[in-house]
Design a protein around this ligand. Structure first.
Ligand code: DNO
Length: 401
C-alpha cells in the first residue's frame, strides 16, 4: 500500500496571531489554515491580497492548505438585500483562490452567531483550562440578561429554575463576562454584537423558519458549487456549533440527515463537508464513525477534537483522545475512507487540524486566542498523529523511507 496521510495543518489567524508560523512548524504541521480576516464579509478576495498572505506562509516553510473561512454574508443566509451581489463576490473570491492554487475552502451557515461557548476558562481536573457550553448559563443569559421575548419557552423548567437561582447570586462582573463570552465573537467569528444589536439581528430572523434557511443554503450552494467544481476546488461546510438552535435562531447543519439532504440536492463532489468531530459530537445521535462510513466521499477537511457531553446538552472540550467520542474509531473510519479513495482513484487529500486545545503549561500565563493556544493544540496534534501512524502501520502501510 503506498503512503497515505492526513496533511497535518494548523489554524493561524494571520500576522496578529500570538502563535507564529515558525512555532507552528515546530509543532509538526506542514499546512496552514487561515483566512483574510482583515476583509469585511462580502468583499471580493483580491489576488494580490491572497498572494501576499500565501508568500508569507511559504516563506516560513509551510503551505496555505485550506481557507477557513470565506464567510457567508448574512444577506445570503436571509436571502434579502444585496444577496445576489454577495454571491457574485463569493464566486469571484473562489476563482481568485483557485488561480492562486488554494483549493479547499471552509465556511459555515450559522445565522448571526458563529461557534458559541459560555465559559472560556473552565478548569478541568489536571489544572488546564477548557472551553465550555453550559445550558443553564445560556438560559440565564437569554432569559435574565438579554431578556429575549418568549425565551423561557425554549428551555426545560428545571433548566430555568437553575438559571434563576444562579442569576440571583450573579455579580455584575460575572454577568458582564458571560455577556462578552457569548456576544463578543470567538476567534474566527466575523461578527461581534452588543446586546442591543444582537436583539435587532435576532429580530431579523423572526420570520425565517428553518425550512426557509435551508432553502437559502441550497440556493447558495446551487450558485457556488458549480464554480468550485469548474475550478477543481472543494467547499467544506462546517457543522453548527453547538448543533442546536440558539436564541430562537434556526440551525440547519447539525446532523447527518441535514448533510445528506444537501448532498442529494447538490450532488457535485465539490459540495463537501468539514468533518468537525467536536461540533457534531455534541449530539449523542450523531454517530461519528458511521457518518464517515456513509458520507466519507464528501469529507474534505478534518477538525478533530473531543467533547465531554453532559445529560442536559451541556459539554466541555476534553483532551483530544478523551471525552465522549471514540477517537480511535473515528480515526480508523477516516483511514479506511482514505484508503477507499486511493483504491478508486478519487481525490485523497484530507487535511487535518487539531481543533482547539486546552490552555495549559506556559500558555496559562499568556494572552491567547480562546481554544487556539499553542501548547494544547500541539498536544492534540501529537496525539492524533500518533494514533494515525499506529493505525496505518497496523494496516500494513510501509514505514516512510
Ligand atoms: C471554531 C471553528 C469555527 C469555524 C467556522 C467555519 O473553532 O471551528 O470558527 O471555523 O465556523 O466557518
Amino acid at each position: 500500500m503506498s503512503e497515505l496521510h492526513f496533511e497535518p495543518t494548523w489554524r493561524w489567524f494571520g500576522p496578529k496571531d500570538p502563535v507564529s508560523l515558525a512555532h507552528i512548524r515546530q509543532a509538526g504541521a506542514t499546512g496552514i489554515v487561515t483566512a483574510l480576516h482583515q476583509l469585511p464579509n462580502g468583499a471580493v478576495w483580491e489576488m494580490a491580497d491572497i498572494q501576499a498572505r500565501k508568500a508569507e506562509i511559504e516563506a516560513a516553510g509551510l503551505r496555505w492548505s485550506v481557507v477557513e473561512s470565506v464567510p457567508v454574508h448574512e444577506d445570503i443566509k436571509r436571502r434579502q438585500g444585496e444577496y445576489r451581489r454577495w454571491i457574485r463576490h463569493y464566486q469571484q473570491s473562489l476563482r481568485h483562490l483557485a488561480a492562486c492554487g488554494i483549493r479547499t475552502v471552509c465556511y459555515n451557515f450559522m445565522p448571526v452567531l458563529d461557534w458559541t461557548r459560555t465559559d472560556l476558562r473552565y478548569p478541568v481536573a489536571d489544572g488546564s483550562l477548557a472551553l465550555r457550553f453550559d445550558l443553564t448559563d445560556l438560559a440565564l443569559f437569554d432569559v435574565f440578561l438579554l431578556k429575549r421575548k418568549n425565551a423561557a419557552l425554549d428551555y426545560a423548567p428545571e433548566t430555568l429554575a437553575e438559571a434563576e437561582n444562579k442569576f440571583d447570586c450573579l455579580d455584575g462582573e460575572a454577568a458582564a463576562r458571560l455577556t462578552r463570552t457569548i456576544l463578543a465573537g470567538l476567534p474566527g467569528a466575523e461578527e461581534s454584537w452588543t446586546p442591543a444589536d444582537f436583539q435587532q439581528a435576532l429580530a431579523g430572523y423572526a420570520q425565517l423558519p428553518a425550512a426557509q434557511l435551508r432553502d437559502n443554503l441550497l440556493l447558495f450552494l446551487q450558485e457556488v458549487v458549480p464554480v468550485a467544481d469548474a475550478e477543481g476546488m472543494v467547499l467544506t461546510l462546517h457543522p453548527d456549533d453547538p448543533p442546536r438552535p440558539l436564541f430562537g435562531l434556526p440551525r440547519v447543519v447539525s446532523t447527518e440527515a441535514d448533510y445528506r439532504l444537501l448532498f442529494e440536492a447538490v450532488p457535485q463532489a465539490a459540495n463537501g463537508m468539514c468533518f468537525c468531530t467536536g461540533s457534531l459530537g455534541a449530539r449523542p445521535d450523531n454517530d461519528l464513525p458511521g457518518i464517515v462510513q456513509r458520507l466519507g466521499a464528501r469529507i474534505h477537511f478534518l477538525h478533530l477534537r473531543n467533547i465531554q457531553r453532559e445529560s442536559d446538552g451541556s459539554f466541555f472540550e476534553a483532551n483530544h483522545l478523551e471525552g465522549s467520542s471514540d477517537m480511535f474509531e473515528v480515526m480508523l473510519a477516516l483511514v479506511q475512507e482514505q484508503e477507499r479513495r486511493q483504491a478508486s482513484g478519487e481525490r485523497v487529500d484530507m487535511p487535518l487540524r487539531p481543533d482547539h486545545g486546552h490552555q495549559m503549561l506556559d500558555d496559562l500565563g499568556k494572552t491567547t486566542n480562546p481554544g487556539y493556544s499553542a501548547i494544547g493544540r500541539l498536544r492534540g496534534l501529537a496525539e492524533l498523529r500518533g494514533l494515525e501512524m499506529g493505525l496505518r502501520r497496523m494496516r500494513g502501510v510501509e514505514k516512510p523511507k
